[in-house]
Design a protein around this ligand. Structure first.
Ligand code: URA
Length: 243
């Protein structure tokens, strides 16, 4: 939902101020009714007319981005750091990230202008599997990793059981590579889980989101999701499937 004048401005009707004037002048209808209230909230599903002409609805787009490290999962940054939308300069739609990856985390991030789609995918009850590969300082034992498999206490409560696999451990460098699959999306969750068992994360990448992978992409590259992939994600949300 967004404010009517913002929707008009984004649709290219007029500047924000002129759009406000159009509303105050009674020239804007929402679902057939004249609306003169400036704060009125509208969504893409509302039919909006300006002086009798219906607003074009922005076409929905869905992208999979291989986010590099050192990029903010946001549409703008007050410190002028690189943001994920910088990779979509040639796209004239107002897309934003579905959930977040930390500044220092690389990997798979969905981007869309479909607010409803973004909401269902990030809703906690939609327990979608997300797989990460972490480089750890230290080499955890089976018992250490079992703590994460069972669920571990963090400051914001117990984590749900995770799937964890030691991919490699190098005794010389004292580092390990571990794959972990979780279906929650708490702030810095993977880093905090490994901190909790005493093995800090040095490098983190999200390799998989549901059935989607980074196959064929380099860091900084993106591709559109197919209509089928979008539909499958929606079906998963509706049926509670995870991958
Ligand atoms: N867990 C983290 O710790 N960081 C991320 O970016 C994603 C999951």
């Amino acid at each position: 939902m967004e404010r009517l004048q913002k929707m008009l401005a984004h649709a290219g009707v007029a500047s924000r101020r002129k759009s406000e004037q159009l509303i105050l002048d009674g020239k804007v209808r929402v679902n057939g009714k004249v609306v003169k209230e400036l704060g009125t909230k509208v969504s893409q599903s509302d039919t909006i007319e300006v002086e009798g002409v219906q607003l074009e609805k922005e076409q929905k787009v869905y992208y999979l981005l291989y986010k590099p490290r050192g990029v903010i999962s946001a549409v703008s940054d007050d410190k002028n750091r690189k943001v994920v939308t910088d990779f979509f300069d040639d796209i004239d739609k107002r897309i934003y990230p579905v959930g977040r990856l930390d500044y220092d985390t690389s990997g798979l991030l969905l981007m869309t202008n479909d607010g409803e789609f973004a909401n269902i995918l990030t809703h906690p009850k939609f327990e979608i599997d997300k797989t990460y590969v972490a480089r750890l300082k230290g080499i955890p034992t089976k018992e250490d990793l079992q703590k994460l498999e069972r669920g571990i206490k963090l400051e914001d409560g117990m984590t749900a059981p995770a799937k964890v696999k030691l991919l490699s451990g190098d005794k010389k460098t004292g580092k390990a590579i571990v794959q972990i699959t979780i279906h929650e999306g708490r702030n810095r969750q993977v880093r905090r889980m490994f901190d909790a068992i005493g093995f800090p994360v040095q490098k983190l990448s999200r390799e998989q989101f549901a059935f989607l992978t980074l196959k064929g992409l380099n860091a900084g590259e993106s591709r559109e999701l197919t209509a089928h992939e979008v539909k499958l994600l929606r079906v998963m949300a509706e049926t509670g499937k995870r991958h």
